[in-house]
Every structure is written in C-alpha cells, then in structure tokens.
Write a protein that binds this ligand. Structure first.
Ligand code: PGA
Length: 226
C-alpha cells in the first residue's frame, strides 16, 4: 500500500472557538486510520494552539511562513518560531502567488527557511513549469518535501480536474522530483476523492472547502478508506 496524505487547508477561515469545536468533533468521530495514511491539518496560525500536541490522529501544518528568519519583520511568523508546534508548512499556494505576489524565487526562499527549521515543505504548484523552477531554485526541496498540484480552474470552483489528467500532470512532476509524494488539489470532495487516490502517481489530496466542516472531511476520509 502506498503512503497517502490527506491535507486539509482551511485558508482564511474560523475563529478560535470554531476551531476548538471542529477539533473535538473530528478527533471524536475519526475512524481508525491505517499507518499508510497521514492526515495533515493546515488551519490558520492562531489555531495552532488548538491543534498542536493534542492528538496523534493528525499532524499539523500551517499555510505560509515568513520569507525571513525571526527578527524585526512585523506581522510575520518565522519557521524557527513554530518549529516545535508544526511538522509541515504549505508554501506558494496559488492564492499567495496571486494576492501576495509570491514568485518562484520567494517560494524557493521559503522552502529553504522551512528545511533549515526542520519543517517539511508542501509546495503548491499549478503547472509543471513551477515544479521545474522549484527544482532549479531550491535544490534543498528534492529530498525533503511534498508537492501539492492544483490546477487553477479547479480551486474552489466545484469543477475538479479529471483523475486521469491529474495523474498525467503528477507523472510529469514525478520525473522532476522522483521521491516526492505528489498530491492533487482542487474541488476534492467525498464523492470524487477515491478517483484521485487510486491514481498511480498521486499520493493523496489537498482539500480546501470540504475540510471546513468536520463531518464532510470525515466522509472524505472514510471514502479513502473504503
Ligand atoms: P478547494 O481548495 O478544495 O476549495 O478547491 C483547494 C485548495 O486550494 O487547496
């Protein structure tokens, strides 16, 4: 059985109280999950204390990291500041590339920060070109991270890519990074998830909208287990 990763990306959502309720409901209702499946939860920074060191059912990630190390960078969270609380960090999500001007160079620099802090980078790409740039600009990534492939049209649109297309793109990315697990993201639901996890080049999924409700996210995990 290949290793599978199910990543929940909450994006910019939820109060602390809402996160507490989600965490409690999720841990209470999660069925036994075999070792080959890793659930990576990526809520917002202020939710980290709600999730960190509270359960073995999941590992914890965040959705972004500072370009800089700790210091005089108002409003930023450096990798070295959260290395004791999270194991993973998403870097270069297309929403960060679009709304916050993150370039391939910035993504590469953030990957270096994460790797230096011992945090596993999950680099988001929407094309094989971005994966190629990553291999050139951040060779540190090669043996340390995961790729989350998300075609732009599929994100938040309710129109996922086909499992076959996603697998073909993942196959190309796998040639660039032979040992990196490659996940698909973009309108993944409990109804379509199995089509993606069954593909030979896909090692899991990134889930945005369908991770916000614990029951929906649990249905999705149950579908993967079925
Ligand atoms: P979506 O988001 O599942 O809501 O399409 C996926 C993502 O952007 O990570």
């Amino acid at each position: 059985m290949k290793n599978l990763f199910i990543l929940g990306n909450w994006k910019s959502n939820k109060t602390t109280a809402e996160a507490v309720l989600w965490q409690q409901s999720f841990v209470k209702n999660l069925p036994p999950v075999p070792e080959y499946i890793t659930i990576i939860l990526c809520p917002a920074f202020h939710h980290v204390p709600v999730f960190a060191h509270k359960s073995d059912a999941y590992v914890l990630g965040v959705q972004n990291i500072s370009l800089f190390d700790a210091g005089a960078y108002t409003g930023e969270v450096a990798a070295s500041m959260i290395k004791d609380d999270v194991t993973h960090v998403m870097i270069g999500h297309s929403e960060r590339r679009k709304h916050f001007g993150e370039t391939d160079e910035i993504v590469a620099q953030k990957v270096k920060r994460a790797v230096a802090a011992g945090i596993t980078p999950i680099v988001c790409v929407s094309s094989t070109g971005q994966a190629k740039q990553l291999s050139v600009l951040a060779p540190e990534f090669t043996n340390s991270g995961l790729i989350l492939y998300e075609p732009l049209f599929a994100i938040g649109s309710g129109k996922s890519d086909s499992p076959e297309n996603a697998n073909a793109a993942a196959g190309e990315i796998q040639q660039i990074f032979p040992s990196a697990p490659i996940l698909y993201g973009g309108s993944v639901t409990h109804e379509n998830v199995k089509g993606f996890t069954d593909q030979p080049y896909l090692s899991g999924v990134g889930v945005g909208g369908a991770s916000l409700d614990p029951d929906k996210f649990l249905s999705l995990i149950r579908a993967v287990l079925s």
